[in-house]
Each structure stands twice: as structure tokens, then as C-alpha cells.
Write a protein that binds this ligand. Structure first.
Ligand code: ATP
Ligand code: MG
Length: 387
């Protein structure tokens, strides 16, 4: 008898002929996530099983698995060769000392096993009632379900406790995209959400040193580290925006400052995508949150790129975004008080309904190609790993 971890995957079942590729990817991601441990990972009868690990690390391994996209649950199961007497012995080991109500659920995939599921349930339930005299059976709303699975490979699994995982789709199954990562609350959450749908991320951050501080940059590296726990390795491009901002400030209308900044950020983002084979851009915009996130503003920024731009937070309230930020542990870092480049030269009255025509007119006063070229040629790249 030994403890193993049974891994449950969610939507993967829906994926028909892609299923095999998804599971392969999931296995790669799990193996990578658990690379510091000794363990075995195998697939039997549509399920992944982690076994042969050091039980001292069971809790850590479970908490790491809880962060793997594509998994919906982990259960700690006791695994042994199928045998009626052994099942009876092992069911007694389920700890129900803190529980008031329970039921036993038997699944008998191995139809050669001589006792029917219903009869097994009654018998095993009886054994547990003898063990715990204060316990009661509740078939409809039990506190704990004791699962007994008798499988066709002559193995039986008993388990009662499940740990919830993040769900979603395996990292990388949806391709690769570039996250515009500011130091704020929203963009790390946006990255997390898109990675949860299977996107592998790279990230770009624009900073305006010396107008913004070194700490502002470090904060973004820290945020990238924090989301990397879920999102895997992240290549982070840090691009200086100082010259661009100075030029916009000098040459363009103040009210269009942020609109034009955003358009240039998008253009640079698209360049980075093309150079790194990334298929989409991700931002943390939310409709109406600020002047640069009105429908008209989004239209004007969007019009300079041809790649799809994913905005998973578009319909989210700030409160909802904050609660996800807390759940994924980015909130505390996000609220550190280091200024973002968007706060430098911030106009008092940013335009709320910009037009493409006006933005294009103002941009003619800039040597866009040269500015973009300069910025990209000086980018710094960090490989962030905290998966
Ligand atoms: P966040 O909390 O993500 O900073 P925000 O509410 O401050 O968002 P804006 O400053 O309008 O909103 O930024 C909108 C989006 O533009 C951000 O979510 C992010 O994707 C991108 N962005 C803004 N500033 C930067 C930056 N300095 N570097 C990279 N991307 C940025
Ligand atoms: Mg911001």
C-alpha cells in the first residue's frame, strides 16, 4: 500500500482529438513544476497519477500542483492491489475523527471483482460506523465522501480528501502572447487570466528612468516573478520610454499625451511579438476605468496594430480585479507606491474621446520609426522563473 496523488483534469475531456496533445503538454508542465522532487508520473485509464515521492514533501507537491493550469483537483489516495480483505482493512485507515456525517461511494470498473458496488458500500460503511461510533451516514449531504475505486488494472484506490486546483487549460496549449505589464494591479491579473486559458507569456514593461525610479522597475520584475508561479517562465522585455515621452511632451497636445503613448506602446509591442514569434498582445484594460480606456480611446490605440489584442478584464470591476490579485498574491506588490511611466507628464485633462485622425496628425510631428528603433535597440531582457 502506498499514497499516490490522483490528478483530475477539467475541460480537457472536451477536446476530442486534441486531448492527447493536451495531456502530453500537461505532463510536461507538471514534470517541470515538480522538477526539484523525485517522483513518477504516469497516465492510466484517462487519469494522471503522481507516485513514488517522498511523503515528507507531499504537502509542498500538492501546493505546487494546485498552481498548474489544466488541473482541477488533486486527491491523496491510498493505492494497493485489489483484494476484498485489504479493502476492508484500508478503509478503516480513513481518518473520520473530526467528521459527523459521511457516505461511501464505490466504483467498480473491474466487473470481475465479486462484490457489487452497492453491497460494498453497505459493508464498508458498516466497518466505518464500527470504527467511529458517533458517525452517521448521510447519503444526500455528507460532510465527507469516502471513495473506493476498484480499477481494471487490479489496483484499488481509497480517498476522501480533494484539493482544488486552478483549472484552465495547459500552459502553451493556446500559443504565445505578449503581456503589457505595468506596475499596477490590473495587468498581472490580465496575464494570469490569459495564461489560464493556455497562453504562454512573454512580457514587456515600459519605464521612464530617471523620471521613474529603479524601484519601479524592480517592482515589475517582482510582479513577473509572482505570476510566473502560475504562468511558467516569462521572458521580460524592459524598454525605456523616456525619449519617446519627452518627444511627445515637446511636440504633441497635452491632452493626447497618453493616447499617443499607448499607440507607441502598442507598436513596440507588435514589433516584439514579430521578433519573438508571439501571436497576440494582452493588456489589463477595463472599459471606462480611466480616460485612456474608453471605447474611443481603445479604438484609437487598437488601430495601430494588426495582431489580436486580448483584454480579459474589459468587463471587470476594480473590486473583482483586486480580489483575483489577492488570490494570486500580486496585490501587495502592485500597491507599492512606485510611479508608473504613465504618471510622468500626466496631463490634467486627458482626452476622453480621441480620434484616429487627430492622433495621426499629432504623430506626424514625431520621428516614430527612429524613436521606436532607439527604444527597441536598448531593451533589456530578463528570464524570469518562479514556476
Ligand atoms: P494597471 O493596473 O495594469 O497598471 P491601470 O489601471 O493603471 O492598469 P493604465 O495605466 O491605463 O491602467 O494601463 C492600461 C494597460 O496598459 C495596463 O493594464 C497595461 O497592460 C498597459 N500598460 C500601462 N502602462 C504600462 C507600462 N509602463 N508598461 C507596460 N504596459 C503598460
Ligand atoms: Mg498602470
Amino acid at each position: 500500500m502506498k499514497n499516490v496523488l490522483l490528478l483530475k483534469f477539467g475541460e480537457l475531456f472536451l477536446k476530442g482529438k486534441n486531448r492527447h496533445d493536451f495531456i502530453k503538454l500537461l505532463k510536461t508542465n507538471i514534470s517541470y513544476k515538480l522538477r526539484d522532487f523525485v517522483f513518477k508520473l504516469h497516465e492510466t485509464q484517462g487519469r494522471l497519477i503522481v507516485s513514488d515521492y517522498d511523503s515528507a514533501f507531499e504537502d509542498v507537491i500538492i501546493s505546487k500542483l494546485q498552481q498548474v493550469f489544466g488541473l482541477i483537483g488533486v486527491v491523496v489516495a491510498c493505492e494497493f492491489d485489489t483484494d476484498l480483505e485489504t479493502i476492508k482493512d484500508n478503509v478503516k485507515k480513513v481518518d473520520l475523527s473530526l467528521v459527523k456525517t459521511f457516505k461511501v461511494e464505490v466504483k467498480r470498473a473491474d466487473k470481475n471483482f465479486p462484490v457489487k458496488s452497492m453491497d460494498m458500500e453497505k459493508e464498508l460503511g458498516g466497518i466505518l460506523l464500527d470504527e467511529y461510533p458517533n458517525l452517521k451516514v448521510d447519503l444526500y449531504n455528507p460532510e465527507v465522501v469516502v471513495h473506493v475505486e476498484i480499477r481494471i488494472n487490479n489496483k484499488t484506490y481509497i480517498y476522501s480528501k480533494a484539493y482544488e486546483c486552478v483549472g484552465g487549460l495547459p500552459l502553451g496549449s493556446g500559443g504565445k502572447a505578449l503581456l503589457l505589464l505595468s506596475g499596477g494591479i490590473d495587468s498581472p491579473v490580465a496575464g494570469y487570466m490569459m495564461a489560464k486559458r493556455g497562453l504562454k507569456l512573454e512580457a514587456v514593461h515600459f519605464h521612464s528612468y530617471p523620471y521613474t525610479s529603479v524601484q519601479a522597475k524592480e517592482k515589475v520584475i517582482e510582479l513577473a516573478k509572482e505570476i510566473s508561479e502560475f504562468c511558467g517562465e516569462i521572458k521580460l522585455h524592459i524598454v525605456s520610454f523616456t525619449e519617446i515621452q519627452e518627444q511627445i511632451h515637446k511636440n504633441c497636445d497635452a491632452e493626447y499625451m497618453i493616447t499617443i503613448m499607448r499607440r507607441i506602446m502598442m507598436r513596440i509591442a507588435e514589433r516584439i511579438c514579430k521578433e519573438n514569434n508571439l501571436g497576440a498582445i494582452v493588456t489589463g484594460e477595463s472599459l471606462g476605468q480611466v480616460a485612456s480606456q474608453t471605447m474611443q480611446s481603445i479604438n484609437v490605440t487598437n488601430s495601430v496594430v494588426s495582431l489580436p489584442v486580448f483584454r480579459p478584464l474589459i468587463a471587470f470591476d476594480k473590486e473583482d480585479i483586486m480580489s483575483i490579485a489577492r488570490k494570486i498574491n500580486t496585490y501587495e506588490t502592485s500597491i507599492l507606491p512606485y510611479e508608473d511611466c504613465c504618471t510622468v507628464f500626466l496631463p490634467k485633462y486627458p482626452v476622453i474621446k480621441p480620434t484616429i485622425k487627430r492622433a495621426e496628425y499629432l504623430e506626424r510631428k514625431l520621428d516614430l520609426e527612429q524613436l521606436i528603433e532607439n527604444a527597441i535597440s536598448k531593451e533589456e531582457v530578463f528570464e524570469i522563473t518562479n514556476f
